[in-house]
Each structure stands twice: as structure tokens, then as C-alpha cells.
Write a protein that binds this ligand. Structure first.
Ligand code: OGA
Ligand code: MN
Length: 213
């Protein structure tokens, strides 16, 4: 007989099931309110504190082995988040990410063994040109995740839309996604080309990847 804990562990999770279904059919999924609004507020405050402590660095192109700052391609500033050093906000973030990863591994055998996340700040006037999230020398990134930490009154005219370039059999269809606070976007790292449009107000987020070995 199963213990009560095993029974609880196998209850279907509606949100995760939708993520699995939509990634299966469209290669991406948008989840508003993936994190409770208190968690979003704590993460936003954590980002702002670290920014004030001057801990962000200009982002590079390529992975950590191949770092060249190329401002004409991306203008964001980033700070990697170490899970072992997580503060309260980051702990809440990782709790929820880890729960989702466990679910994906258990129900879809995704084989996710590693993850990496960084805060990102796009100063006014910056962007990230169209790209794909995998590198020639590293194809372990399977799913890209972006969580937006902007202000509650974020407006469309602030720019900074994420554009996913989707393909049906006939044509390319751009999918425009506004970086609304609390919104999470997940997409297949190896398939979906995307860009971040120029921002006219600073734009805050966490971006990361779920990876296989
Ligand atoms: C990235 C990226 C998208 C976004 O950091 O690689 O594409 O909406 N971010 O911030
Ligand atoms: Mn990207």
C-alpha cells in the first residue's frame, strides 16, 4: 500500500499540466501568477537591493567560457543567483522552481539535472537582439524561463516586449509578450528564436535555464 505521502505527491498539478501541454503543442507557455504576488514583491526588492550594492555586471554574449561584451546585441546587466546562498526571496523562488522541475522529471522524464538563473536589469534604451538561448559548445539548455519583476503599474509604452518568433508550416508568426509583473514565460531553448525590444523604462526580471547533463 502506498503511504499517504506518495499519494499526495502524485496529485496532478493543474498549472504544471498546462505548462506541459502548451510546451508540447506550441513550444512555449505563459503563466501569469506562477509566483504569489508577495514573492514577486520580495524578489523585486531583492533585485533592487543588489543593484544598489552595485553587484550587477554587463551581460556577455556566449557562455561563461566565452565572454565578450557586445553592446550592439544586448544591453542588460545581470547577476547570477546562487541557490546555496539564497536569501528569503530567492529561497521561495527556488522552492517553486524545484517543485516544478520535480514534477516535470517525474511525469515527463525530462531529465533536468541542473539549473541556472540570473537577475536581469535592462536600463532605459537597451534591448536584446533576436537570438537563440543555446551555444555551439553547450546544448544542455532545454527550457528557458523568464520571470518579470516590473512595477505593478507597468505600461505597454515602457517597451521591453519579449517577442517569440514562432513558426507554423507556412510562415513566421511573432508572438509579443509584455513583461508584466508576476508573469513567467517558459519556452524551448533550442527551438525558439526571440528578442527583447528596446525599453524606455528600466526593466527587471529573472532569467534562467533548466538543463540536462
Ligand atoms: C535572455 C532573454 C528574455 C526576456 O536573457 O536570454 O532572452 O524577456 N530574455 O528578458
Ligand atoms: Mn534569450
Amino acid at each position: 500500500m502506498n503511504s499517504i505521502f506518495e499519494d499526495i505527491a502524485f496529485v496532478e498539478n493543474e498549472v504544471y499540466e498546462r505548462i506541459i501541454a502548451e510546451i508540447g503543442s506550441h513550444k512555449y507557455c505563459i503563466v501569469d501568477d506562477f509566483f504569489p504576488s508577495e514573492t514577486v514583491a520580495l524578489l523585486r526588492q531583492s533585485l533592487i537591493t543588489k543593484l544598489e550594492e552595485d553587484r550587477f555586471k554587463k551581460a556577455a554574449i556566449g557562455n561563461r567560457v566565452n565572454e565578450t561584451i557586445v553592446k550592439s546585441i544586448r544591453g542588460d546587466h545581470i547577476l547570477w543567483i546562487e541557490e546555496v546562498l539564497a536569501n528569503r526571496a530567492e529561497g521561495l523562488f527556488y522552492d517553486q522552481i524545484n517543485d516544478m522541475v520535480a514534477y516535470l522529471n517525474r511525469t515527463c522524464f525530462m531529465g533536468i539535472l541542473q539549473k541556472e538563473f540570473h537577475y536581469a536589469l535592462y536600463p532605459t534604451g537597451t534591448f536584446y537582439k533576436r537570438h537563440i538561448d543555446t551555444f555551439q559548445n553547450d546544448d544542455r539548455r532545454k527550457l528557458s524561463i523568464v520571470c518579470y519583476l516590473n512595477d505593478e503599474d507597468w505600461q505597454p509604452e515602457n517597451g521591453g516586449e519579449l517577442v517569440l518568433y514562432l513558426n507554423n508550416d507556412v510562415e513566421e508568426v511573432p508572438k509579443i509578450i509584455y513583461p508584466l509583473p508576476g508573469r513567467m514565460v517558459i519556452f524551448e531553448s533550442q527551438i525558439i528564436e526571440h528578442e527583447v525590444k528596446t525599453v524606455s523604462t528600466q526593466r527587471l526580471s529573472i532569467t534562467g535555464w533548466l538543463k540536462t547533463r
